[in-house]
Design a protein around this ligand. Sequence first.
Ligand SMILES: Nc1ncnc2c1ncn2[C@@H]1O[C@H](COP(=O)(O)OP(=O)(O)O)[C@@H](O)[C@H]1O
Ligand SMILES: [Mg+2]
Length: 237
Amino acid sequence: MAFLELEALGKAYGGVDVLQGISINLSRGEILGIIGPTGSGKTTLLRLVNLLEAPSCGNIRLEGLTLNDLTEKEKLLARRRMAMVFQRPVMFKGSVQENVSYGLKIRGKKDQQIVKSALEAVNLSGYESRDASCLSGGEMQRIALARALVLQPEILLLDEPTANLDPKSAAAIDRIIQSLVGQSTLVILATHNMLQCKRLASRVAVLMKGRMVAVGKPEEVFDLRQEHLMSEIAVPW
Ligand SMILES: Nc1ncnc2c1ncn2[C@@H]1O[C@H](COP(=O)(O)OP(=O)(O)O)[C@@H](O)[C@H]1O
Ligand SMILES: [Mg+2]
């Protein structure tokens, strides 16, 4: 049984299909890179997995459990096994400490040590008492990642985690994602950055107009023989 199974998943908004026939089996410890131009459905796919939206058709199964069939309470429990970092993270009013520990708090857990280690992991040690709303874009993005890491999620969903960042901040985030390799976290990384995908992903899925047009190891998907596909998807980027 796959850890996470997407089966013929589809989503339509107002009768328009934005995702169609998405099927893939994922294991713990994988980093799946989802690559595709803007508007191809990457964010929608992450939102479906995170149960923020219901699919129009198909199924999502987590360890064999069909998530669509769950009650709201059960869905909440399933969601607590995941964490999502949004493309434009929003900071809550208050300190960095409050922002990073928020998820732990609502889960009834308190652990200053976990917050401290997460801030170390994102290279923001000592930022605990800073006002979160006064951070730079790169710092906010790293705080958002720390906020997800403290939850020790089984599934980590990252939506363009380095878009809009300077190269140094982007490299720092890449290193953190890389450090998750070898842990049992399943990471799903949506990006339009082919190089980042090549560097980090253990498998790559290419989305085009809501369809998964290729899936495989980076060296297979970015193979020269697939160049026609790559140049085709590269156009609108
Ligand atoms: N809530 C929504 N209502 C209507 N259309 C939406 C909504 N969310 C996304 N879309 C549309 O779905 C398509 C895929 O969007 P998105 O998943 O954000 O793509 P990506 O993340 O790859 O840029 C786009 O055409 C977008 O306009
Ligand atoms: Mg997006």
